[in-house]
Design a protein around this ligand. Structure first.
Ligand SMILES: C[S@@+](CC[C@H](N)C(=O)[O-])C[C@H]1O[C@@H](n2cnc3c(N)ncnc32)[C@H](O)[C@@H]1O
Length: 273
C-alpha cells in the first residue's frame, strides 16, 4: 500500500513539520553541529567514504553529473564545507565564478586548501545560510549538498529563491527519508551501524557522541523525495524534478528552477520564528 502521507504536503503541514524539526533539533543545530564540524575537516571526505561503505563518491559523482553549467555562470554552493562540490563543478566547467558559503571556518579553511591543491579559485563567505548575504537575483546556479537535514528549510529555501536569478537553477542532494517504511527501518539500522563504525575508526569527540542519536532522528523527521518535490513547488520553484533517488529515496537528487517572473509564492509561507 502506498504511504499516502508522504505524497501530501500543504503549506500548513510544512510549517508544522518545520516547527517540529526546530523544536527537536534547534539546540543540536545551534550548539553541537558547529562543534562536530570543527573536528571533521581533515578526514571529512574519507570519513564519508568509510561511513557509506564507499557509496559517497558515487552519490557525489551522480549529483555533479545532473548539474548543467555554462562558462561565465555565477554559482553559489550553500553549506559548501570542504568545497567538494565547487571543486568538481570547476573541473567540469573551468569558466565558472564559484562562491562557497558555510558557517564553519574550519571546514572552509580545509576547502580553500583543497581548492588550491586542485588549482581552482573559489570565493569563501563564512555565514549562517538562513540569511544569505547576497543581493537579489545574483546567481545562475545554486547547489546544496548533504546539509539540508541540519537547516530550517522554510527559511533557507526562500532565501535561495531570492538570490537566484529569474530562470536560474537550484540543485539539491541529501540523504532523505525513504518513502517505503521497510527501507526506512533498514536504512536507520544501517546508519546506526555506520555512525558506530566511523567513530571506532576515526575516534569521536564529545560533540559527536552527543549527536549519536541525532543523525538517525534527523532522517526520521526529514522529508521523502516526493515531499521535498512538493515543498520546492510550494516555496515557488517551477520545473521541479527528482531525477535520481537511490534505493527508495535514501539519497535524492532534486533540480528546480526559479520562475522567469520576478514575483514568487514565498509570501504564502509563514516561516516559524
Ligand atoms: C555534511 S557537511 C557538507 C559539506 C559539503 N557539501 C561538502 O561536501 O564538503 C554540512 C556542512 O553544513 C554546514 N552548516 C550546517 N548548518 C549550517 C548553517 N546554519 N549555516 C551555514 N553552514 C551550515 C556545516 O558547517 C558543514 O560544513
Amino acid at each position: 500500500m502506498k504511504n499516502v502521507e508522504s505524497f501530501v504536503m500543504t503549506p500548513t503541514l510544512f510549517d508544522q513539520r518545520e516547527k517540529r524539526r526546530s523544536l527537536l533539533f534547534s539546540h543540536t543545530w545551534r550548539e553541537l553541529i558547529p562543534q562536530v564540524f570543527e573536528d571533521v575537516p581533515k578526514y571529512y571526505r574519507f570519513g564519508n567514504i568509510v561511513a557509506s561503505f564507499g557509496f559517497w563518491e558515487l552519490w557525489v559523482w551522480q549529483f555533479v553529473r545532473t548539474i548543467e553549467l555554462k562558462p561565465g555562470y555565477k554559482v553559489l554552493d550553500v553549506c559548501a564545507g570542504t568545497n567538494d562540490i565547487g571543486i568538481r563543478l570547476l573541473q567540469k566547467q573551468p569558466g565558472l565564478d564559484v562562491t562557497a558559503i558555510d558557517r564553519s571556518r574550519e571546514m572552509q579553511v580545509e576547502g580553500q586548501n583543497r581548492a588550491k591543491d586542485y588549482g581552482v579559485r573559489i570565493k569563501s563567505v563564512i555565514h549562517d545560510v538562513h540569511e544569505l548575504p547576497f543581493p537579489d537575483n545574483s546567481f545562475d546556479v545554486i547547489t546544496l549538498q548533504a546539509a539540508s537535514r541540519h537547516l530550517q528549510l522554510n527559511r533557507v529555501l526562500p532565501e535561495i529563491i531570492r538570490v537566484l536569478k529569474p530562470g536560474g537553477h537550484f540543485y539539491h542532494c541529501d540523504m532523505l527519508k525513504p518513502s517505503n517504511r521497510f527501507i526506512e527501518m533498514a536504512y536507520l539500522r544501517f546508519l546506526r551501524l555506520s555512525v558506530a563504525w566511523t567513530a571506532l575508526i576515526f575516534g569521536s569527540t564529545e560533540a559527536s557522541r552527543n549527536c549519536h542519536d541525532y543523525f538517525m532522528d534527523a532522517i526520521a523527521n526529514f522529508y521523502t523525495p516526493e515531499e521535498l518535490s512538493e515543498i520546492l513547488r510550494m516555496v515557488g520553484f517551477v520545473n521541479v524534478s527528482c531525477g535520481k533517488s537511490i534505493w527508495g529515496g535514501m539519497v535524492g537528487f532534486h533540480k528546480a528552477q526559479r520562475s522567469m517572473e520576478t514575483g514568487n509564492r514565498q509570501a504564502e509561507l509563514s516561516p516559524s520564528p
